[in-house]
Design a protein around this ligand. Structure first.
Ligand SMILES: Cc1ncc(COP(=O)(O)O)c(C=O)c1O
Length: 266
């Protein structure tokens, strides 16, 4: 229904859409209608700052439990729930009050932080936003439609990207089938169906706990359970029916996207 949307559809009538396209459309609507405003829900500094209530509360809850985390692990899409959990922990680390690893987990199908380039790029497909210095797979990235999880944004929060470059946190990527398996295990043991997104962090938390069981090492693992799986039961249905496939984002597409990055000097 937008000019941007019609142009993208004309170029690729079969496009499955993307978060970058949705942002371009939303910006166009907000810019052309005087009574309409657009508020971003992830990526930007103020969103991450707002989310730090998660980490502040986690620190207090850990104190109530008489524990400190050895590993803090969260899922990353745009970076907001992870930044919310991690930044207060990073503050405590920098102040010398906490000694722990802080690890982000993203999908192998959209490996922004682990395989993207750290450079200036647009936050949306059509190039309507200001340039952001961040890890990116290219602003025209369109996720493969087989990816059932929700962490499919081409960029990464500039704050997370910066902290990652400083070496204050680590990152890894996981395939969706093992994430769903961890989600089902979590639902069966905890009675909560997690959203597909945090199952990326759960898969790592479960693996790390199992490693400890093997080695006898004791570790306190803290993870953020963002979202609720009842909003995406269709994805679990697909997984349990064997319709969820794994997908490794190809290097050629990463290299190709780099040729279309904007020149920050222009
Ligand atoms: C429930 C849930 N958690 C987390 C995310 C990831 O976004 P962010 O990295 O901004 O927290 C998403 C994104 O789709 C989500 O739906």
């Amino acid at each position: 229904m937008t000019e941007v949307g019609r142009k993208i559809l004309a170029d690729d009538p079969d496009t499955p859409g993307s978060l970058g396209i949705a942002i371009s459309e939303a910006v166009e609507v907000a810019a052309s209608e005087p009574e309409t405003r657009y508020a971003l829900g992830s990526v930007l500094n103020h969103v991450l700052l707002h989310q730090t209530v998660i980490g502040e509360e986690a620190i207090k809850q850990m104190a109530m439990a008489g524990e400190t985390p050895d590993l803090v692990v969260g899922c990353v899409g745009g970076g907001s729930n992870f930044g919310g959990l991690a930044f207060p922990m990073i503050r405590e680390k920098l102040a010398g009050n906490l000694d722990c690893e802080i690890r982000a987990v993203e999908p192998a199908a959209c490996p922004t932080l682990t395989r993207g380039t750290y450079t200036y790029d647009f936050g949306d497909t059509a190039g309507m936003t200001p340039l952001l210095k961040m890890h990116t797979l290219g602003h025209d990235f369109v996720p493969d439609p087989i990816h059932a999880g929700g962490l499919r944004y081409h960029g990464m929060s500039p704050l997370i990207s910066h902290v990652y470059e400083l070496g204050l946190m680590t990152a890894e990527n996981r395939h969706q089938s093992e994430c769903f398996a961890a989600g089902v295990e979590f639902a069966r043991t905890e009675g909560i169906v997690p959203a597909p997104e945090p199952t990326h962090a759960l898969a790592v938390a479960v693996d790390e706990a199992r490693k400890c069981a093997e080695t006898g090492e004791e570790k306190v693992i803290l993870t953020a359970l963002c979202g609720h799986g009842q909003l995406d039961l269709a994805a679990y249905d697909k997984y349990l029916s064997g319709e969820v496939e794994d997908y490794e984002y190809p290097q050629e597409r990463i290299d190709d996207a780099l040729t279309r990055l904007p020149d920050p000097e222009v």
